[in-house]
Design a protein around this ligand. Structure first.
Ligand code: FMN
Length: 184
């Protein structure tokens, strides 16, 4: 499908909201470049055949995307393979520091890599999200410290998110933004 105004769906799966805010930011940025954008929770995803491009984003829990996102990708594998797809995941990896932390942070968990490769996306990016100390086990806290976890709270890098959104805009040949979108 090739509309004069590209139609883009941004579909997200979140547990605590930081993936939704990234999806909303990317959606607003692409709409600001004159795309026709719909942002939706995966539970209320629109019919995919209406779109020229689909951006999928999910929080990472236990080295996997959330189950509702992996189910969605499996259920719509045919439409997704036919569409231009971009994928992002939101976890703690990109925030890890130090030699081991950086090395670990660049590794894509096996299950995420297989799901990603099953739809041959145009691009994939991992972003840091929001990591709250409350509820994290002592073992996970110790590992987080060991691998260079910098702090708890909001770890998102909005300039990395903005750069990725601009990369998608260039691939879709969208015009320059109408105005500047301020990070949340
Ligand atoms: C139960 C739980 C398990 C998590 N497991 C991982 C993990 O395996 N890898 C990772 O990078 N981040 C992990 N995280 C961190 C989350 O991915 C991070 O907090 C993310 O921002 C959540 O996105 P959301 O705010 O959209 O729910 C975990 C968080 C929770 C609460």
């Amino acid at each position: 499908m090739n509309h004069e105004t590209p139609r883009i769906a941004v579909i997200f799966a979140t547990s605590q909201g930081s993936t939704r805010e990234i999806a909303e930011y990317v959606g607003a940025d692409l709409a600001n470049r004159r795309a026709d954008v719909e942002v939706a929770d995966v539970a209320h995803a629109p019919e995919l055949s209406r779109f020229d491009a689909v951006i999928l984003g999910s929080a990472v829990h236990d080295r996997e995307v959330l189950p509702e996102m992996s189910e969605f990708v499996r259920a719509h594998a045919n439409e997704l393979t036919a569409a231009e797809v971009w994928i992002f995941s939101v976890g703690i990896g990109p925030a890890l520091r130090g030699p081991i932390g950086r090395w670990l942070g660049r590794k894509v968990p096996q299950n995420i890599a297989s799901l990603r490769d099953s739809v041959s996306p145009k691009g994939y990016r991992a972003f840091a999200g929001h990591y709250e100390r409350a509820g994290v086990s002592l073992r996970a806290r110790a590992l987080y410290r060991l691998f260079g976890g910098p702090r708890y709270g909001d770890l998102r890098d909005w300039s990395a998110i903005s750069d990725w959104s601009a990369t998608i805009a260039r691939a879709l040949r969208l015009p320059q933004p109408k105005s500047i979108i301020v990070y949340p």
